[in-house]
Design a protein around this ligand. Sequence first.
Ligand SMILES: Nc1ncnc2c1ncn2[C@@H]1O[C@H](COP(=O)(O)OP(=O)(O)OP(=O)(O)O)[C@@H](O)[C@H]1O
Ligand SMILES: [Mg+2]
Length: 319
Amino acid sequence: MPSNLILEVNNLSKNFHIKNSNIFSKDKVIKALDDISFNIKKGEIFGLVGESGCGKSTLGRSIVGLTKDVEGQIFFEGKNIKNIKRLSKKVQIIFQDPLSSLNPKKKIGWILEEPLKIHKIGNKEQRLNMVNKILDLIGLDNSYKDKYAKELSGGQRQRISIGSALMLNPELIIADEPVSALDVSVQSQILNLMLDLHEKLNLAYLFISHNLDVVYYMCDRVAVMYAGKIVEIASAEEIYDKPLHPYTKVLLNSVLKFDENIDLSNEITEGNRNLSVEFSCPYYKKCTYAKEECRTKAPKIKNINGENELEHLVRCNLF
Ligand SMILES: Nc1ncnc2c1ncn2[C@@H]1O[C@H](COP(=O)(O)OP(=O)(O)OP(=O)(O)O)[C@@H](O)[C@H]1O
Ligand SMILES: [Mg+2]
């Protein structure tokens, strides 16, 4: 593996099996991840977009080991991390709703120190110094150590969850919709903090978001997911200026609207599994450019850029 890669994900697949309460009906299989491969370079901000239910969180959670029984390989700095018991200190995850991930009974100082204690890092004084240093990095003064999460605003809480992720000096942070729950006015402050930390600490991010404008602002490269598959990967500029996959074009043309009744084409039953997934493009029913071939042939991912350019990968029979 070339040494400039921090993360390499190869052929990751994850099915969720949902038991049907009606014994005469078949169980449902949700292909949340379907043969996902991509990599992230050291210090790179890699975006992941796609509609609700396409598998973004499952992918993020699989990388940090929160989702189990995943097929495929995940290499972090060349080491296969999929089957290790303890999560790597070097990969951390932050979530949309910091309130649910911060212990309500403990003060912020305790919360920030906890990862150091778990990993037996430093003595009390050294740990306190590290907590103060991190508070400074996330733009909060030392008095926040004595507060509880419920006393903080949404933006301050998200700063703390970023701070908590930083305590172990990670090289990659999986950020799953880190600003979606915040007021618009606060979103840009948190995004700028994340960019600042990326610069100062050479942090790489897997940045998961619904919001394409945010992704364009933040990311170097972007992957577009549809129904458990990556359908396009390119630089943020190319995704915006030269989108190739019909689904990416739709995403760009419509500010993403989430319809409760959306037809999630990654939901399939055991019976028609082969037919619907293995032998067709998952997007063909909705695709305005679909040809007969798209019903019978699953497209493979191809690079449409030349050898000396940054890859532009697209999974579509039209290319
Ligand atoms: N623990 C689980 N058990 C069963 N099904 C699950 C589980 N987690 C996710 N799924 C299903 O897997 C698919 C992908 O879900 P996931 O949460 O990864 O999507 P997402 O892209 O993060 O969506 P959103 O944008 O709404 O956060 C969905 O159909 C979801 O219902
Ligand atoms: Mg999600």
